[in-house]
Design a protein around this ligand. Structure first.
Ligand SMILES: C[S@@+](CC[C@H](N)C(=O)[O-])C[C@H]1O[C@@H](n2cnc3c(N)ncnc32)[C@H](O)[C@@H]1O
Length: 232
């Protein structure tokens, strides 16, 4: 696939994109942010202010849009991505734009590189924000040609349903919820437009968690707000 192709995305040609009123650097190592992710960011901003969240963890941070668009209202942003190339772009741009803000950059498969001590050291309730890859591997062939230039690791979530990475993340959250030092844990997630049923099925296993769905601009419920409190 050549960069001279008529389908090569403009954002990669220009190395930049406007999102949520900001300019972002995008290279072919990161997903081109999608408009609907604004819905997650707007909800997160309201939530952070209401619950006085100090620390946000952006899992699968990619082009760093999510953590960046809430950075002005928290003390610390932790960016996690499995891709070292994506994290390099994040670190360079975030530290340039927010030189005063506390931030960390962790290359990790979901939360696997974080220890209980890492979480115990964080201030106040933690909010996880994530837009993990959720497309089924075999749906590659049905996708638009411009999408073929985006990194596969940013798009595909697994063979069977595409929801596998979220399932794995919930297993990690379940272990995290056992930590005595953790009073509460909040998450806001984005998933596929046709995955609400599987999302609900997945959560049935986690009886102590409260959740609600909320819609994108087209009215499709594809975002989730989840909370866990030790002593509700
Ligand atoms: C759909 S993109 C989202 C990027 C950005 N947060 C956004 O909303 O536009 C998913 C991101 O998750 C990362 N990723 C994929 N698998 C991961 C894993 N197992 N652990 C951590 N990050 C992962 C990819 O590298 C990619 O940057």
């Amino acid at each position: 696939m050549s960069q001279n192709s008529e389908n090569y995305p403009e954002e990669y040609k220009n190395w930049s994109l406007q999102f949520f009123g900001r300019k972002f650097v995008v290279t072919p190592n990161v997903l081109i942010p999608r408009l609907e992710t604004e819905c997650l960011i707007k909800r997160a901003r309201t939530f952070i202010q209401k619950e006085q969240i100090k620390t946000v963890i952006d899992i699968g941070s990619g082009s760093w849009i999510i953590g960046t668009c809430i950075a002005d209202i928290v003390d610390e942003v932790i960016f996690i991505d499995i891709s070292s190339e994506a994290l390099l772009i994040t670190e360079k741009n975030f530290t340039e734009n927010f030189p005063e803000k506390k931030s960390r950059y962790i290359q990790s498969d979901l939360l696997s590189q974080l220890s209980p001590a890492d979480f115990s050291s964080l201030r106040g309730p933690i909010l996880f924000l994530t837009n993990l890859p959720y497309i089924r591997d075999e749906d590659w062939k049905n996708m638009s040609k411009d999408t073929h230039f985006e990194p596969k690791i940013a798009l595909f979530g697994g063979e069977k349903t595409g929801f596998e990475l979220y399932e794995k993340l919930f297993e990690q959250f379940e272990i995290l919820c056992m930590l005595e030092s953790l009073d509460s844990l909040y998450c806001i997630f984005e998933f596929g437009f046709d995955q609400r049923k599987i999302a609900e099925e997945t959560l049935k296993k986690y009886k102590d968690w409260n959740y609600s769905f909320f819609p994108d601009y087209a009215g499709i419920e594809r975002f989730w707000e989840i909370s866990f409190e030790q002593n509700p």
